[in-house]
Design a protein around this ligand. Sequence first.
Ligand code: HEM
Length: 224
Amino acid sequence: MVHKKESESEPRFYGLTRTASAVLTHLISFSFTVFITLLSRPGTSWFSWHPFLMTLAFGFLMTEAILVFSPHGSFIKKLSHKTKGRVHWILQCLCVFCAVLGLAAIFYNKHLNGKAHFTTGHGVLGLLTVCVVAAQSLAAAPLIYHSLAKGWSLAKLKRYHAASGLITYLLGSCSLLLGLCSAWFTESVGEYTWYLSALCPALGTLIIMNQVSSAYIAKKRLQS
Ligand code: HEM
């Protein structure tokens, strides 16, 4: 009797934990983006567009694009997988659009100030991140137009897309974190605010990685 109760409460407990993690990720993606927007005040200078657009791209749009598939925290949980896929690629296209604009803004700002390009770890990793997210989105085209990848099963394409997507997300979070280490940000906020801000991409990444890997482990278990 006791055993039965325990085994019943366990999945429920895990379900609640996963729901709480997904809700936390929504809160983080929204509040972190709002905070950077208020701090950078987009439109006040060419530079101001850079932190705003990059946080919108990677902190908000890419995070929400993945959370669409969360079985516990998706806003469109009840809709079909096909619809979720459509919302996912629209958010991902917006992410690439904002990332390219964010890169153009900082590039032009440096050009105006006669500064050298891609001289910091953040600059180099950031450039790589924008290239990878653009390539990842292009490489996802066969998931919609399957005829583009003859000889590849849809299941295999989806597996590769999820794995490379996780790497892209990780790159985005590392670039955001390095952006938070920039002189502009460290001089704009106090110590506690800095740690709290750095916690946002770090925690978001852990939860997102857990969501995607759990989904694929569960699928593998069903197949074997
Ligand atoms: C994933 C998000 C981000 C990416 C991909 C990214 C990308 C880049 C790139 C490529 C550069 C160099 C441009 C050049 O040298 O011409 C740069 C510079 C810069 N970024 Fe970001 N950025 C991101 C987020 C942020 C955030 C959130 C901040 C501020 C909180 C920030 C602050 C800066 C600053 C101050 C510079 C100029 C100094 C430097 O080159 O390191 N970035 N970023």
